[in-house]
Design a protein around this ligand. Structure first.
Ligand SMILES: Nc1ncnc2c1ncn2[C@@H]1O[C@H](COP(=O)(O)OP(=O)(O)OP(=O)(O)O)[C@@H](O)[C@H]1O
Ligand SMILES: [Mg+2]
Length: 266
């Protein structure tokens, strides 16, 4: 398969130019006010995601997964605490800096795909490139390449309603990859898909992670939980310690191997 993110075969892998960025969330809290009172959606969360890790956030509905992803993506700001993407403290970024971060450094995949209904698959992908300021010819080439990577060359001119759910999500993945992101935020990317189609989308993301891009996803999908590099569990806005987890218990410690008896010399 072609290199998904670098897309440029001339760039040596591991050159670092476009490798993933680490993420650090330090003592972050976020509360929402309204309705019946205050909801502490994220409560003093500290989390480190090394560059190139594929991390899954799990937790019951309402546990704070989307809120935490939005804070990491600079779509929302914490009440207290800091969020770093690479060296940058994005929690103190201006709106203009956040916009640039979202355009050039991050890629997003959402549960509901988030495609523009009046644009074709190709146009949905191309729009991300146009917004980032890429020239016409380069855009056409990159769009063609991205649709090929996600196996949708023959659906390039279909609008979202003419595509299956899995195909729509593949367009969304192509769009997320468009600008060579260094971090991908994927909020339940397999949530609306059957398990086989979800596994295909996961495999695409897994390939992206294998190229060194950092991926943080929220999921309810047991298949995803088993295949990512690491799982963290949220409950009522708190990140659970390994011993407190319910949905994603850490794997049991490996039994110690009995010491090997030396083979007697004969
Ligand atoms: N904009 C908002 N205003 C008020 N409350 C909110 C807002 N966004 C989220 N919440 C509340 O914050 C809590 C965490 O919500 P969040 O969307 O992060 O949960 P989640 O873990 O992503 O859930 P799900 O698995 O259902 O997607 C919930 O109790 C939710 O009702
Ligand atoms: Mg959510």
């Amino acid at each position: 398969m072609a290199a998904l993110v670098t897309g440029v075969t001339s760039m040596p892998r591991g050159s670092g130019e476009r490798s993933g960025l680490p993420i650090r969330v330090i003592g972050v809290s976020r509360a929402f006010r309204g309705g019946g009172g205050v909801v502490q959606a994220i409560d003093r969360v500290t989390l480190e995601v090394p560059a190139g890790e594929f991390l899954a956030l799990v937790g019951r509905s309402g546990s704070g997964k989307t809120t935490l992803l939005n804070l990491i993506a600079g779509l929302d700001r914490p009440d207290t605490g800091q969020v770093f993407v690479g060296e940058d403290e994005i929690s103190s970024f201006s709106e203009a800096q956040l916009t640039a971060l979202r355009r050039h450094t991050l890629g997003f995949v959402f549960q509901s795909f988030g495609l523009l209904p009046l644009l074709s698959a190709a146009e949905n992908v191309e729009l991300a490139l146009r917004i980032a300021g890429m020239g016409l010819r380069e855009r056409a080439e990159r769009t063609r390449e991205l649709l090929e990577v996600v196996g949708l060359t023959r659906r390039a001119n279909h609008r979202p309603y003419e595509l299956s759910g899995g195909e729509q999500q593949r367009v969304a993945v192509a769009r997320a990859l468009a600008n060579h992101p260094r971090v991908i935020i994927a909020d339940e990317p397999t949530g609306e898909l059957d398990s086989a189609t979800g596994a295909q989308i996961f495999a695409l993301l897994r390939n992206v992670a294998n190229e060194g891009v950092t991926i943080v996803t929220a999921t309810h999908d047991p298949f995803v939980m088993q295949q990512v590099d690491r799982v963290e569990e949220l409950s009522d806005g708190r990140l659970l310690a390994a011993s407190e987890r319910v949905l994603a218990p850490p794997p049991p410690p490996r039994p110690l191997q009995p010491p090997r008896r030396p083979t007697p010399l004969r």
